[in-house]
Structures are given as structure tokens and as C-alpha cells.
Ligand binder design. Structure first.
Ligand code: LLP
Length: 420
């Protein structure tokens, strides 16, 4: 459920017609609904309330906009961060340091120090090497880093290969069959307090089976670690729950997910940690765009050339992802079209042969479900600017990220003297 609905024939974000935002801010622009963000945080939290002890850390990578993070922190969510930049954002948004988890396979020493000095709640270690480095950095400072060991359960998440993380050949975590040994060695290091295990098998999962398979392996590992005399008080089950991108698709609900988790983790006696991203913010955002022109083609359907491009929304080019595309003021007529952006490569295609609302030059339209992995994956390719972001709250709205113009980007570049 989201808050992007037609009223009097015009698509609104909450109580605001999207055309008002286009008039004021221009296009392309990402638009987030505060009410949808809040609702999704609440639905996820309420679903997990059937579990004994729970910590929810919003995966900032899905949408790191400071206003979005502020909504999450007001809802009591912590943060899952994967870089020093994300850590700074979580703190700036008011997330308490102890609610922050630091994930990621390539944490650099300056980032570990940043986390230690901020007093974050947990580091998710992705290798023994990383644990040894962190232990030394913590011990030098007289600190102790609470840690979980991320394991790779070798489970097929049955999602897109580029966002699958739990197969043995993926770079993430330590092989689960070596987990107990590595955990024991890390637990012996001064500077570390090993307290748990972590797993994240991929993103945009459409079925619960792979989660359950992975969690069963994690349960066995927890028993093995405990049997060798070490404490496990936390289990971080990652994120990954998928969302529908096509109207009418049905995905497992947060309630069904929580029931599966309750089954899979019965008797673990740990604090269960979660790192949801997409399921919280995915359909809380749209990318609003204007049709530049409709170009006839020899390929039957015409090209609808819009002012958004693969640099603004990379998912279709990168993963072949589908985003529903709807007119802001549909006439009721339909057309079949190829939806493309202005960038000079064929990869800049949002959809081929898409049955869509009839559109003409100047019309506004949206790509839906663009609130996760949208603006944050933008680039300035083709010397386009960085897209603006807006948050709507009832009939109020605010620009929550300025459009960065091409001139501001080139202003950071220099021609060296030796080229004079
Ligand atoms: N935790 C960890 C350790 C992760 O790597 C991720 C996502 C999450 C949590 C959040 O997963 P979610 O609940 O959002 O599925 N750019 C891709 C998605 C990449 C996901 C990377 N990791 C896309 O646009 O589909």
C-alpha cells in the first residue's frame, strides 16, 4: 500500500498533485511520501512484535536521504551502514550510535575508527582478517567492539544474480562451515566482544523458502558455537524481503515473514536483528519525469523519450528491473511504447513494448516503486546533474535534496598547469 493515488484524474502524493511539484522544482525529481515511509516502518515493526527481542536497523543504502533517515529515526529504527559516509548520515539523522550496525566486506581502517569513536552498537565482521584489524584498532584505544560474524550459508536466494549475496561464490561473509572456528579465534582477541552471527542472502527475495533454509543453517551454527563454550546473544538476519514492482504482484507480507522467522528461530534465545531496506522505502517513492518527445520508430511501437535517464534511475539498465510507468493525468487512452531516456546508449531504456497510458510531449509521468535504490544510485553520466528529491507530508512538501547542476559538478574539476 502507498500514498500515490489518483484524485480527480491527477496523480497525487498524499494530498498534493504531482504537477505542483513539477511546476516548482522541475523534472526529473524523486518524490517520497512521509506517510508511506512511516506506515511501512510501523507495519514491519508490528509484524516482528511476535518475536521476543528485536532490533531493526534500516539499511541506509536503500535510501540515505537525511529526511528519510529522520523519518526512520522518529519511528525508532536504527541503521545498517556500510561506509563512513553512511555512518555520518545515520548520526546526523539522530540515530543513537548503539542502534547502528556496520556491515560491509571492505571496511577501511578509518571507517572502523569512525565507528569505534562513535560508539556504534555492532560491527558485522565479514572475515577473520577484518576482525583482527578491528581488534587491534579497538585495543589501541582501550575500547571493545561488539561484533557479529557474518556467515555465508551457501543458499540460493533465487533473486537477480547481481543482488544475490549468500552463495559460496559471493564475496560476503565467511563460509558457514568454518564459522565456529573463526568465531572462537576472534572471541579470544582483546578489543572484540563477539556476541552474535549475521546473515544476509540477497535482496528482492520473492519467496520465504531461501530465508528459512539460511536461518536453519545459522541456528545449527549458533548451537555449535555455544557447544564450544562461547556466548551468542544476537543473531542478525539481514534484509532482503522483496516488494512488488508490478501492479497486482503478490509478495510475502511482513507478517508472513515474521511467522517464518518465529518458526525458524524458535529456541535460539537471542536478540534478533533485522536490516530491511527496500520493504520499508521501495514504494514510498516515485520518480517524476516529463516526456520530451514521442519519436516514431521502425520498431512498431514509438519511443517515448522522457527527461529521466539511467543516470537518475539505474535499476532497469543495471538489473533489467521493471518499474510501473503511469501518466500523472491519464486520458484513459493507452499506447504501446518503448520508454527511453536521453542518454547516448541503448542501455538507457526503461521499458520495451510497454502497454502504458497514452502520452505526448510535455506530459508528466512517474516510475513507481523508486523509493529504494533510486536517487542513491544516481550518477552524472552524460554530464547530467544529480536529480532533486522532495518529501511530501499531507499537502506540505519540501525539497529534501537540491538538484545538483552540471556546472556544480564540473566546478570540482581542474585543468592542471601542465596542460596550458
Ligand atoms: N543488509 C545487507 C548486509 C545488505 O547488503 C543489504 C542490501 C540489505 C541489508 C538491505 O536489503 P533489502 O532489504 O533492501 O533487500 N541496488 C540493488 C539492491 C542491492 C542490495 C544490496 N544489499 C537494487 O536496486 O535492486
Amino acid at each position: 500500500m502507498d500514498n500515490f493515488d489518483y484524485r480527480d484524474g491527477v496523480l497525487h502524493a498524499e494530498d498534493l498533485p504531482l504537477s505542483a511539484i513539477a511546476d516548482a522544482v522541475g523534472t526529473p525529481v524523486y518524490i517520497y511520501s512521509r506517510a508511506t515511509l512511516e506506515r511501512h516502518a510501523q507495519v514491519f515493526r508490528d509484524a516482528l512484535a511476535i518475536l521476543p527481542r528485536v532490533h531493526i536497523a534500516f539499511a541506509i543504502k536503500a535510501n540515505p536521504n537525511l529526511a528519510v533517515l529522520r523519518v526512520m529515526s522518529r519511528e525508532g529504527l536504527g541503521a545498517d551502514v556500510v561506509s563512513g559516509g553512511e555512518l555520518a548520515r545515520a548520526l546526523a539523522a539522530g540515530m543513537p550510535p548503539q542502534d547502528i550496525v556496520f556491515s560491509g566486506v571492505g571496511k577501511q581502517q578509518h571507517e572502523m575508527i569512525q565507528g569505534l569513536e562513535a560508539g556504534i552498537g555492532q560491527f558485522n565482521l565479514e572475515s577473520e582478517e577484518e576482525g583482527i584489524e578491528l581488534a587491534a584498532l579497538a585495543a589501541e584505544r582501550g575500547l571493545t567492539a561488539a561484533c557479529a560474524l557474518r556467515v555465508n550459508p551457501d543458499v540460493d536466494a533465487r533473486t537477480h544474480a547481481k543482488i544475490s549475496t549468500g552463495k559460496a561464490e559471493n564475496k560476503f561473509g565467511v563460509p558457514i562451515d568454518r564459522g565456529a572456528d573463526i568465531y572462537a579465534r576472534l572471541a579470544a582477541l582483546p578489543g572484540l566482544a563477539m556476541r552474535g552471527v549475521a546473515v544476509h542472502i540477497g535482496s528482492q527475495l520473492s519467496e520465504l523458502g531461501p530465508f528459512e533454509e539460511a536461518f536453519a543453517k545459522v541456528g545449527a551454527l549458533i548451537a555449535e558455537i555455544r557447544a564450544s563454550g562461547h556466548a551468542v546473544t544476537h543473531a542478525d538476519l539481514g534484509g532482503g524481503l522483496g516488494v512488488p514492482y508490478k501492479a497486482g504482484e503478490v509478495y510475502p507480507s511482513p507478517q508472513e515473514y515474521a511467522e517464518m522467522v518465529a518458526r525458524a528461530t524458535a529456541g535460539w534465545d537471542v536478540t534478533l536483528m533485522f536490516e530491511p531496506g527496500r520493504v520499508i522505502c521501495g514504494n514510498a517513492g516515485v520518480l517524476l519525469t516529463r516526456v520530451i518527445r514521442v519519436k516514431r520508430s521502425s520498431n512498431k511501437a514509438p519511443f517515448v523519450v522522457v527527461d529521466a535517464a539511467m543516470n537518475d534511475l539505474a535499476r532497469p539498465a543495471m538489473y533489467g528491473a521493471w518499474h510501473d510507468f503511469d501518466a500523472v493525468q491519464p486520458t484513459g487512452e493507452k499506447m504501446t511504447a518503448h520508454i527511453v531516456g536521453p542518454i547516448c546508449e541503448t542501455g538507457d531504456t526503461f521499458a520495451m513494448d510497454r502497454e502504458t497510458d497514452a502520452l505526448q510531449a510535455g506530459d508528466l509521468a512517474v516510475f513507481r516503486t523508486a523509493g529504494a535504490y533510486g536517487a542513491t544510485m544516481a550518477s552524472s553520466y552524460n554530464s547530467r546533474g544529480f536529480v532533486a528529491e522532495v518529501m511530501v507530508d499531507g499537502e506540505n512538501w519540501a525539497v529534501v535534496a537540491d538538484r545538483i547542476l552540471p556546472a556544480a559538478i564540473s566546478a570540482a574539476e581542474r585543468v592542471p598547469d601542465f596542460l596550458d
